[in-house]
Design a protein around this ligand. Structure first.
Ligand code: DQA
Length: 143
């Protein structure tokens, strides 16, 4: 089964962001890790990253039309994008929200997610393993 793994702004520059928060994996390394873990869990992962809210919405529309499950790291859009939330709310298959860092242990503005209310669940704070845990959760939901 196919799963879309969508990533929002600045995640393409992971290796030059704060390594204490995000580790030192590049986005290419993270993508390869996700594809390998997805395959071990019986999924074919299509991993994408964009800095554009419009592009992320287009991908969510595509996932809704194709009834695909989605693992979404909305990055900073998490905290304020009602447009991403509305698009995510139209999905037909499960949505898992993920974060590399523990957003609840960071600045107050990161304690709010406008996405969580339309997600099946949220996994945050485990670095790249957040995505692995999301794949395990998804596999449990779908099978
Ligand atoms: C993030 C957390 C967000 O608050 C932040 O804006 C990001 C990354 C994470 O994966 O920990 O860009 O989504």
């Amino acid at each position: 089964m196919k799963v879309l793994v969508l990533n929002g702004p600045n995640l393409g520059r992971l290796d030059i962001r704060d390594s204490a928060l995000y580790g030192d994996m590049s986005f290419a390394d993270l993508s390869a890790f996700i594809v390998a873990e997805a395959s071990a869990a019986g999924f074919e992962a299509d991993v994408r990253q964009t800095d554009s809210e419009a592009e992320l919405i287009t991908w969510l529309h595509q996932a809704a039309d194709e009834k695909l499950p989605v693992i979404l790291n909305p990055a900073a859009f998490t905290h304020y994008s009602y447009a991403i939330r509305d698009a995510a709310d139209m999905l037909k298959a499960p949505l898992i929200e993920v974060h590399l860092s523990n957003t609840m242990a960071r600045e107050e503005f990161r304690h709010t997610s406008v996405i969580s209310g339309v997600a099946h669940g949220t996994i945050a704070g485990f670095g790249p393993a957040s995505y692995k845990l999301a794949l395990i959760a998804l596999s449990g939901i779908l099978r």
